[in-house]
Design a protein around this ligand. Structure first.
Ligand SMILES: Nc1nc2c(ncn2[C@@H]2O[C@H](COP(=O)(O)OP(=O)(O)OP(=O)(O)O)[C@@H](O)[C@H]2O)c(=O)[nH]1
Ligand SMILES: [Mg+2]
Length: 268
C-alpha cells in the first residue's frame, strides 16, 4: 500500500518537474527572443478576435426575408400579389389560405424576398399573422381606398392589432400602407387615408387601453401604440412607415399602377 503511495508521489513529482521545466524554457525564450513574444501576443489577439466574431454572428438576427401582404377582405391583396410576380391580371376569389412565391426586387442588388399573400377574412387573419409575423422584413398593408370611408374603423382596428404586437414592434419591419384601387374615381388619397387613420388610431388607443386596464391592469403581450401623452402619429412608431398609392387595375384590360409599390419594395 505504502509502496503504491510512493509510486503515485513520484509520478506527481515527475509531472510537476516536467511542467516547471517547460515553463522555465518558455520564460527563457520570452526573455531572450522578442520575436517569440510578439508571436504569443499575436496568437492571443487572434483568439480574442475570433471569439468576438463568433459571438457577433451568433447573436445577430437571422435575416428576415418575407414581405407580407395583409389587409381586410377584398382590398386587392391577391391581385397585387399576381401583378407583382407576373404583371398579369388574375380573377380572384376570397383567399382561404396563404400563398407565397419568391419576388425579385427591381434594384441593382437584385434582392429576392418571399412575397406572402395572407387571407383577409376576420376568422383567418390572426392565425396567419401569428404564423408569419416573425419572418416579416416588410408588411404591405393593403387598403381599399374606394370604400375607405366606410371601412375606416375596421382598417384601424386591424392596424392597431398589428402595430401593438410585441413581435412586430420588436422586429420593426417596414410598413408600406398601399392605398389601393386608385383607378376608381371615388378613391381617397394616401394623405387623407393617413390622416384619418392617425385620428382613428388615436381614439382606439384610448378605448383599448382603458378596456385592458379595467380587466387586469396589464397590457398583456402587446405594447403601447406611439408616445404617451401625445396625439398618435405614424412617425412615432419604431418602424419606417410609407403611405403610397397604387392600383391592381380593373379587369383584364385595366392598367395596373404598382410603380410606387415596386419602388418601395426595391428600397427594403
Ligand atoms: N377597380 C379595381 N378593382 C380591384 C383592384 N384591386 C383588386 N380589385 C378587385 O377587388 C376584388 C378583390 O381583390 P382580391 O385581390 O381578391 O382581394 P383580397 O385582398 O385578396 O381579398 P381576400 O383574399 O378576401 O382577403 C377583385 O374582384 C379584384 O378584381 C383595383 O386596383 N382596382
Ligand atoms: Mg386574397
Amino acid at each position: 500500500n505504502s509502496r503504491g503511495n510512493m509510486g503515485e508521489k513520484a509520478v506527481v513529482e515527475m509531472v510537476e518537474n516536467t511542467f516547471e521545466l517547460y515553463f522555465k524554457s518558455v520564460r527563457q525564450q520570452l526573455e531572450e527572443d522578442p520575436v517569440f513574444l510578439i508571436g504569443v501576443i499575436v496568437a492571443l489577439a487572434v483568439v480574442v478576435i475570433t471569439c468576438v466574431f463568433v459571438k457577433y454572428f451568433l447573436s445577430s438576427k437571422t435575416v428576415r426575408s418575407a414581405v407580407l401582404l395583409v389587409g381586410l377582405c377584398d382590398s386587392g391583396k391577391t391581385l397585387l400579389f399576381s401583378r407583382l410576380l407576373s404583371g398579369m391580371f388574375k380573377r380572384t376569389q376570397t383567399s382561404i389560405t396563404d400563398s407565397s412565391a419568391p419576388y425579385k426586387a427591381k434594384n441593382d442588388r437584385g434582392s429576392t424576398w418571399t412575397l406572402i399573400d395572407l387571407p383577409g377574412h376576420d376568422s383567418l387573419r390572426s392565425q396567419y399573422l401569428e404564423k408569419f409575423k416573425s419572418a416579416a422584413r416588410a408588411i404591405v398593408f393593403v387598403v381599399d381606398s374606394a370604400i375607405f370611408q366606410k371601412e375606416v374603423r375596421d382598417v384601424a382596428e386591424f392596424l392597431y392589432v398589428l402595430l401593438t404586437d410585441s413581435v412586430v414592434s420588436r422586429n420593426a419591419p417596414t410598413l408600406l400602407v398601399a392605398c389601393n384601387k386608385q383607378d376608381i374615381t371615388m378613391a381617397k388619397s394616401a394623405k387623407l387615408i393617413q390622416q384619418q387613420l392617425e385620428k382613428e388610431l388615436n381614439t382606439l388607443r384610448v378605448t383599448r387601453s382603458a378596456a385592458l386596464s379595467s380587466q387586469d391592469g396589464s397590457v398583456g403581450g402587446s405594447v403601447y401604440l406611439g408616445r404617451k401623452g401625445k396625439d398618435f402619429e405614424f412617425s412615432q412608431l419604431p418602424m419606417k412607415v410609407v403611405f403610397l398609392e397604387c392600383s391592381g387595375g380593373k379587369g383584364e384590360d385595366g392598367d395596373a399602377d404598382i410603380e410606387n409599390l415596386e419602388k418601395s419594395l426595391a428600397k427594403l
